[in-house]
Ligand binder design. Sequence first.
Ligand SMILES: Cc1ncc(COP(=O)(O)O)c(C=O)c1O
Length: 407
Amino acid sequence: MFDPNVIRKDFPILSKLINDKKLVYLDSGATSQKPSQVIEAESNFYQKFNANVHRGAHALGDEATQMLESARQSVARFIGGKEKEIIFVRNTTEAINLVAYSWGMDNLKSGDVVISTIMEHHGNMVPWQQVCKKTGAKLELIKIDSEGKLDQSYFKEKLKLKPKLVAFTHVSNTLGTINPVKEMTKLAHKAGALVLIDGAQAVPHMKVNVTEIECDFYVFSGHKMLGPMGIGVLWGRQEILEKMSPFITGGGMINEVFEDHATWAELPDKFEAGTPNVAGAVGLASAIEYLEKLGMENVRKHDMEIVGYTLDKLCKVRNLAVLGPKDADIRSGSVAFEYKGVHAHDVATILDSEGVAVRSGHHCTMPLHKSLGLSASIRASFNVYTTKSDIDSLVKAIGKVKQVFGK
Ligand SMILES: Cc1ncc(COP(=O)(O)O)c(C=O)c1O
């Protein structure tokens, strides 16, 4: 019963006109659109439940606290973790910084190795660069093969360096590649490393279960999975989180405070200093409910169908080179491409004039683009409301590029 044309009716923004043309939104990898259910859930919190949480002062505060904790329960159920292992943060970037600084500063020292990959979003590369610089640890990046998959033999070779941590993405936001997270986690653990997985581009499109993957940290953003901006999740294994120092300190995360020191609250509060984004968490829980109703198996099936359709159409366009694997089975969420002889920004501008919203630039993967000999590319990215007709509009608008540039 999964029909993107019916699903679209839940997304008010998709009926908007851009340049007098129907909006064709193909930038869901940057942020997804939100269904009315999510928008209403957030607004409902402010209209009926708004109070600060964890203060125990009055009934309204208790209701707000219950809503936050119920949202935590939804997230835990959705990814197969325990409630106390769900830390609410602002976004994926903050979750990775939390681990990099809290775990990294206490556990890395000169000579240690951290492994990441060339296909990482800057959000899963720059924090590791920074913490390695501060601690004297070395950052090693796994290369990709000619297809756009991580080079597994190179990975196995680098594991011989006995890294302390391996941090890699579940799905590449530029190549679309789905990495074999379970197998890589197993190998990394065998080498004695902890594993952090960046799930920003995976959680919106497929069933993720952290217990099955057996990783140590898994991070993602609400705004890419139909939820609000400003809410994200760090899932961490309880015994590891318990040993970690807090990242941000202050109110709400303490057990006791003395004039010269303080002791920390239990999980998850230890990592949630200050007033949390309760409305955001409530909106995220509503997005999860929406996705669960659609069924994540159906969401993934539709994702594969749209990726496959896009690959098929774009591979036939002259002067256009698709990045990443050509097989939709090992891809998710997006298709990026190079238009030979025309700058990515020019392509995107022409597409925009036709109402087609895509991303152009390096998509926060500068080292990956450099390794591919590119300074920029164009990315079309999808979500549950994307239709084949959206892709046809993209292809038609690309025809306009050909008209303008004669290439
Ligand atoms: C793979 C990946 N990791 C991390 C991020 C950063 O997400 P946020 O901006 O929500 O922190 C993104 C955003 O595009 C991403 O695609």
